[in-house]
Write a protein that binds this ligand. Sequence first.
Ligand SMILES: [Zn+2]
Length: 160
Amino acid sequence: MFKVLLLSTMVFAAREHGAHLHGAGKISMAFDGKRGKIELHVPAESLYGFEHEAKSKKDRQKKEQALLKLEEKISEMIVLDPSLKCEIKKEIFEVNQQKNHAEVEAEFGVSCEAPVAGSEISFHMQKVFPRLRKVQVDVVADGVQKSLQVTNNGDSLGLK
Ligand SMILES: [Zn+2]
């Protein structure tokens, strides 16, 4: 069930590719008890300000710094209930570079000390990346399915 869901979100993301809207991202999360996965699809422009291939030293630095920031700040952007004691770890970062657009695809693994279903998740995307104005969030936690369009810092989603 868990794997099937992740696969279907990836297929969906692939189909949507090339038609992304700057400032708009997508997050898919799936939890199976205490463990889960987060997939993030964000236009590169929203993270580091451009989408051409980073060739100059300056552009490469901008890109690297933004990706590092994403890795370091993910648990401030996606805030799980502190009592669950969750850890979010980077698994795969990819920049899908096309001719005029680039999209960052990031995957994180989540492990907690208590099941995530029944808890609340809050989002603070713009605090870290001000250009990221709108994020479509889809979450599945032990059979509970919720969606939210995040537009403000502090928007939250209850998994009940
Ligand atoms: Zn673009």
